[in-house]
Design a binder for this molecule. Structure first.
Ligand code: ADP
Ligand code: 5GP
Length: 190
């Protein structure tokens, strides 16, 4: 592959469906690679270093910030840091791959600003906050406290939906995925 690839960004509040759609896109398009972010949060059960995240100490993370290694990075409310590594994205783009980013609303806006038409930012919107809450409860990964924080954060994040290239409502999973697949396919072939 010689032609430079492009960036795909999936954005949504927590529980909106990013991981679900990411898995499907990676299965259906061999030209798409996942951008493994760096984080200072500890790995969850089943998460592998270098596969789901590059798990770094705060010290290491800050050194990388100082070295300019991140395209964007953020410190979340609980002090956890997350960042997109410039080298990961640029290496795959230069090899002709489409690199898929699962990052939050602000990070997505920053990457879109840097890359312009080289990036497609898709906002996945839950049908309602109530449905989002029910899905987060059913996923079983949140305590009552983190659930409430995520819902409060979601309310604010939903206000930014129209800032992105496309908004897809994730009501029926198959319908939403087919819309995403078509949009991504058009972007890849453009
Ligand atoms: P995110 O990665 O954005 O936090 P997930 O992909 O983990 O979100 O989705 C949150 C939960 O909702 C998961 O348990 C997932 O299986 C479920 N889910 C996602 N989309 C739908 C849908 N359209 N209908 C029903 N459940 C869904
Ligand atoms: P989690 O801890 O559940 O894996 O991720 C929490 C949030 O961090 C999610 O909204 C996820 O999209 C976001 N995130 C993951 N990696 C990055 C990154 O590199 N940059 C930014 N800005 N957000 C990220």
């Amino acid at each position: 592959m010689s032609k430079r690839g492009k960036i795909l960004i999936l954005v949504s509040p927590s529980g909106g469906g990013k991981s679900t759609m990411t898995k499907r896109l990676l299965r259906d398009f061999d030209k798409i690679k996942f951008s493994v972010s760096a984080t200072t949060r500890p790995p969850r059960k089943g998460e592998e270093d270098g596969v789901h995240y590059h798990f770094l100490t705060k010290e290491n993370f800050k050194q990388k910030v100082a070295d300019g290694d991140f395209l964007e990075w953020e410190e979340f409310y609980n002090g956890t840091m997350y960042g997109t590594l410039r080298s990961v994205v640029e290496n795959e783009l230069n090899k002709g791959y489409f690199i898929l980013l699962d990052i939050d609303v602000l990070g997505a806006k920053n990457v879109k600003e840097l890359y312009g038409d080289e990036a497609l930012a898709l906002f996945i919107k839950p049908p309602s906050l109530q449905v989002l809450k029910e899905r987060l409860i059913a996923r079983g990964t949140e305590s009552e406290e983190t659930l409430n924080t995520r819902i409060e954060r979601a309310e604010k994040e939903l206000e930014y939906a129209s800032d992105f290239d496309t908004v897809i409502v994730n009501d029926d999973l198959e319908t939403a995925y087919n819309q995403i697949k078509e949009t991504v396919s058009n972007f890849i072939n453009s």
